[in-house]
Design a protein around this ligand. Sequence first.
Ligand code: FAD
Length: 161
Amino acid sequence: MDDRLYRNVMGSFATGVTVITTEVDKVVHGMTANAFMSVSLHPKLVSISIGENARMLQHIKDSKQFAINILSSNQQNQSKQFAGQLKSESEVTFTYFKGLPILEDSLAVITCDLNSEYVVGDHTIFIGNVTGVKLEQKDPLLFSQGKYRELKELEESESPT
Ligand code: FAD
């Protein structure tokens, strides 16, 4: 199977965008990720998937906790920064929620204690026990087919008579 076609197919699944944040020895680390999923309601569990070459992998193993910042539509630059895609990076101010550093402008935040981890191919899936959630009235940042996008509401289709 052609890798390019495989990536294009996976990239056609539109997602939101998150920045995973954690702190180790008082140093804050962040990484852009869209491989995020809500897993269970009772108990409340979520999962993220981190590539084997990402520095964030070891940071989460060390801190055993992480925050998932669901980005709002005005955080495109922060998504690029935490994906290492900006030539000149700006200093980011973090606030704290449930003991973890978070990005203040986020649409929503989920804080987690590490529950378990599974190495699957070239990624590690981390399962988190949700310790806190936070929600603002904002629009989400979206990512599809390699581009950032905004939400557009469709007109209601007429119901069949
Ligand atoms: P680093 O390379 O150490 O950090 C990444 C960037 O964040 C660096 O430029 C760094 O300067 C900046 N940064 C880190 N901490 C701070 C701080 N405290 N203050 C200011 N800047 C800071 N990869 C995955 O493994 N899983 C995914 O689900 C995933 N989804 C992605 C979705 C999108 C839309 C994009 C664009 C990328 C995605 N990636 C994903 C790729 C991933 O974001 C990059 O490979 C990333 O660079 C890997 O980060 P790292 O942990 O090695 O951290």
